[in-house]
Design a protein around this ligand. Structure first.
Ligand code: C5P
Length: 130
């Protein structure tokens, strides 16, 4: 066993705004905002996981681009990594989240993100061209 399993998170940016999704669970994270994503399945590439997770969670088709920001170690040997994503088809819908929001750089600095995603804010602000 190599041990490490990856969780991908997608930075979907359009017209200078980043898509954030509001969690419904677990109770301690409900109401907080995150980059949409989830666990890479065995045998799946991170890029394929980004495409699958955004299809499942938002109902859109995306392409996955370069990694951004630092690795975030999670519990149980999981590591969280962020990737850029480009919208190819569809309009994001909150299929598994409480709500979605497109935020600009200023709003990103003010919104209540999950702790795990907070370290990416400087890179995300730079991508938003603030
Ligand atoms: O969404 P899911 O439960 O599959 O995510 C797996 C793990 O990754 C969870 O612990 C979740 O809190 C974490 N995660 C995160 N930030 C994200 C996406 C997932 O901390 N943007």
């Amino acid at each position: 066993m190599t041990g490490e399993r990856e969780v991908v998170a997608a930075a979907l940016i359009r017209d200078g705004r980043l898509l954030l999704a509001q969690r419904t669970r677990p109770p301690e994270l409900a109401g907080l905002w995150e980059l949409p994503g989830g666990k890479v399945e065995p045998g799946e590439t991170p890029a394929a996981a980004v495409r699958r997770e955004l299809r499942e969670e938002l109902g859109v088709e995306v392409t996955a681009g370069e990694r951004i920001g630092a690795d975030v170690p999670l519990h149980d040997g999981l590591v969280l990594r962020a990737y850029r994503a480009e919208l190819v088809d569809g309009t994001p819908q909150a299929l598994e989240h409480a709500a979605l929001r497109w935020v600009d750089a200023r709003e990103l600095g003010e919104i209540a993100l999950v702790d795990n995603d907070r370290g990416w804010v400087p890179e995300l602000v730079a991508l938003l061209g603030a």
